[in-house]
Design a protein around this ligand. Sequence first.
Ligand code: NAD
Length: 425
Amino acid sequence: MAYIEPAPIKDRENPLESMMERFNIAAEKLGLSDEVYNVLKNPAKQVIVSLPITMDNGKIQVFEGIRVIHSNILGPAKGGIRFAPDVHLDEVRALAAWMTWKCAVVDIPYGGAKGGVRCNPREMSKGEIERLVRAYTMAMIDVFGPDKDIPAPDMGTGPREMAWLMDEFSKAHGMTIPAVVTGKPLVLGGSLGRTEATGRGVMVSALAAMQKLKINPFTATCAVQGFGNVGSWAARLLEERGLKIVAISDHTGAFYNEKGINIVEAIAYRDSNNGTLEGFAGGERLENAADLLTLKVDVLVPAAVEDVITTANADQIKAKLIVEGANGPTSAKADAILNEKGIMAVPDILANAGGVTVSYFEWVQNRLGYKWTADRVNRRSDRIMKDAFDNVYQASIKYDVPMRIAAYIVAIDKVAQTYTYRGGY
Ligand code: NAD
């Protein structure tokens, strides 16, 4: 029998600690009482299970599965399931809190959760992964539920895993319950518009911010870091709205074209090239890919990985506006430098919340037993994103704080007020 040792917590400028730093600043600005602060800081429920799985070689391997519900004050908890070798309770806990703030900032009736299984899906067969998903679902049968806790994909999981989860949960209840999970394949009750939802929300928040900053989209330039789901959709939709995308990048390199990169062509190239931009000829390759972040552009969209704008490069950033497609791309220490330079940053919990918004629509459609058109999904998510932006912008004026702290203020205030009305023991 094999057992995977717990992974050590990484020692770096941790984006999750950065999140807590901002939470603390916002709580203080808001004048949150110590009592409510403690309620919001601590997760509501943490479940750890052992999942013995018979591997293809006939041996039994035990995996650790985690689910943390940070808050169910606003409604059922919502959050993805991560399959990765370094899944750790502390990280899952912080990611669950992050979901609470993200749902609250866009005003959807969900609390926050996150789950994970410590495993390496790249080294597992399809059958092994399926058994693991089904075992995890059964172990969490009393945790999950359309009115309790609604999982979704995260790193290492996707529509395929969500289909297995939905099937296992449904079998255990003797009926089909699609609303227990979002991010399902379309034929199983997934929502139209989900694929582009996060990039679309980035576009909506970028345009709203540009209006406030009086940047004309038809003369504006933009650089996008990361060319996966979020980055490529954001780039494409911003290009459609008139912006000139002068630089794009992925993990293989960054490409610059002062006349503007044709994003539709870049996407077609990526799709025909194993999913990467390597060898892309629509722009000149930057020697140092990280230089994309410090280009002289109006709008910068980090949409790749966490912790890319730090004290090491924040003072060289020339963009007037940063719109965070990725989660945690800016460290808390870099915030102060950006603020000093007068750069507006639309924070992750607002800018990339288009994804969870359309996940919410998936759940709504499943419960209605009805399918919306892509047009209806887009119109409604655009409205939610625009309203959320305006709310946060108003809060930033009222409390005289940057957009990031304002977003936390809006979120914390909503959850704190709801908690106070609902009351406790
Ligand atoms: P993805 O895997 O589809 O794409 C990631 C992209 O980033 C790829 O193009 C990859 O090559 C590139 N990349 C990786 N390392 C890089 C580096 N060092 N420099 C430049 N590019 C690099 O992932 P995604 O779904 O687009 O997610 C991107 C970010 O957005 C993540 O932080 C994710 O947590 C966040 N996010 C995603 C969603 C969603 O709906 N997909 C929702 C909210 C937040």
